[in-house]
Write a protein that binds this ligand. Structure first.
Ligand SMILES: Cc1cc2nc3c(=O)[nH]c(=O)nc-3n(C[C@H](O)[C@H](O)[C@H](O)COP(=O)(O)OP(=O)(O)OC[C@H]3O[C@@H](n4cnc5c(N)ncnc54)[C@H](O)[C@@H]3O)c2cc1C
Length: 430
């Protein structure tokens, strides 16, 4: 987007340098291969979904909205549809169609695309006490001089797609500050290995809560963190869908949690969490229901206790956590045991020990500090000849198409930011 828009303002010789053999490798895996490219909600609703630095994005998101994005893409042949949660996808369900449309836009605007062309470092000179970027040195040792460089190298997540954090190093080398980076929109690892056997089980209509850690944890080794028990302040709570995995938990409300608590988690040994499997029932209502189960099914064995309350595969784990033998008769449960059953259903404890890291993170939280960047043009404030856009910046949002819209809108802002330098010319391949 940055290259296409830079080119449309009569900037001659715009080069798009991509280290991979093809463009937009990450786009291919977005939205599970279907490419959730934006969200159809009113643009004013985007800001609640932006986790880091929403105010910085006002100018670029209003400057190039979701509606404008869809109009532009339709000009380049992309037909889209809107699904649940206002998520917008290509009608074809192929994310590759998004890349194809952008490639048509780039060709239309005469951008010279160079793939297999990694950038190693920036070429910088000093002019009247100010640093000025003057081009790039490529991985193969060649240099390409330029009047302006736009860095759109992405974050650190899914490095296999080419985003290995180079842009952060380019910024640091120029003295442009970056904020600490954390994997976000990423599954959690948990301490309680018993849930691993439920891998693949999805839960709907549950409430997931994460608490701050407790002072008692400090100094404890993660390896020996206790099972979730001590609960501090409520850091995150959401109702919706989640999933057990072979290492912990994932699914929509877990991914959102990871974005909201990424920083705290990185500073904690572990965070206590709990699942309420029956959020629509109060403790009292659930207790009444359990009394009725105990009365009406007294002669059944306890392996049937959770029938109708939880997915069948969860029964053995619940009984094991409660230390109730599965062959006991339901009618033999004591009041204390009934209370413990209710508590486990409403406050199923987990200890979050960390995330699955950048390899599995949808987004990187942190990046080039927005304080160093002009929000309208994406130019660095203190260094000439350079702009940053997309995920390399310290901006990130929840799932729903917001992150791609941010990348597109800030890309366009960066391209448009060259307008005043419309007469720039490339200084040739050296
Ligand atoms: C699995 C997954 C699913 C996702 N699904 C969605 C979704 O459905 N909707 C949504 O909105 N967002 C989604 N995202 C997030 C979204 O894809 C990113 O936020 C977005 O692609 C960021 O765009 P970008 O251009 O800033 O960076 P990237 O898309 O990461 O592109 C950066 C490019 O720069 C290249 N590069 C890096 N360093 C160099 C270098 N030194 N020299 C040359 N080239 C270099 C890389 O090869 C890469 O092609 C998803 C992310 C992942 C990982």
């Amino acid at each position: 987007m940055a290259a296409a828009y830079a080119a449309s303002f009569h900037v001659e010789n715009v080069f798009l340098l991509e280290r991979n053999e093809k463009l937009g490798k990450k786009i291919y895996i977005t939205g599970k291969g279907r490419g959730n490219l934006t969200n159809a909600a009113d643009i004013s609703d985007f800001f609640d979904k932006i986790v880091s630095n929403p105010k910085f994005l006002y100018s670029s998101l209003y400057g190039f909205t979701n509606e404008q994005l869809l109009m532009l893409l339709s000009k380049y042949g992309l037909k889209t549809k809107t699904e649940r949660g206002n998520r917008v996808f290509p009608v074809s369900d192929h994310a590759s169609d998004i890349t194809a449309a952008w490639t048509r836009a780039l060709r239309d605007r005469k951008v010279e695309i160079r793939t297999d062309c990694g950038v190693k470092e920036l070429i910088v000179r000093k002019e009247r006490e100010r640093l000025c970027v003057n081009g790039v040195r490529l991985d193969n040792g060649d240099t390409l001089l330029a009047d302006h460089v736009i860095v759109a190298t992405g974050g650190l997540s899914y490095p296999a797609t080419g985003s290995t954090g180079d842009g952060l190093n380019f910024a640091k080398a120029l003295g442009i500050s970056t904020t600490p980076t954390h994997p976000a929109l990423v599954p959690f690892a948990v301490k309680e290995t018993d849930i691993f056997e439920l891998s693949g089980l999805a839960l709907k209509n549950v409430t997931f809560t994460v608490f701050s850690d407790d002072k008692r944890q400090s100094g404890q080794n993660k390896e020996h963190a206790p099972l979730a028990s001590a609960k501090g302040q409520r850091l995150y709570e959401e109702f919706g869908e989640m999933l057990f995995t072979h290492f912990g938990i994932s699914g929509p409300i877990v991914l959102s949690a990871s974005s909201r608590i990424a920083k705290v988690l990185s500073e904690s040994k572990y965070l206590p969490a709990q699942i309420d499997f029956k959020p629509r029932l109060s403790t009292e209502q659930l207790d009444k229901r359990l009394i009725s189960v105990i009365d009406t099914q007294a002669k059944q064995s306890c392996r049937r206790l959770f029938d109708g309350l939880l997915p069948k595969s969860m029964g053995p784990l619940m009984l094991s956590r409660l230390s109730i033998a599965s062959d006991r008769k339901i009618g033999t449960l004591t009041k204390e045991e009934r209370t413990a059953v209710g508590k486990l259903l409403k406050q199923f404890p987990l200890s979050i020990t960390g995330t699955r890291g950048f390899k599995e993170a949808i987004i990187t939280q942190g990046g080039v500090s927005v304080k160093q960047i002009d929000p309208t043009t994406m130019r660095a404030k203190n260094v000439d000849g350079i702009s940053f856009c997309g995920e390399v910046l310290d901006v990130d949002a929840l799932t729903g198409g917001y992150n791609m819209q941010i990348a597109f809108s800030t890309g366009i802002a960066a391209g448009n930011g060259l307008m005043e330098e419309g007469s720039l010319g490339n200084k040739g391949d050296k």
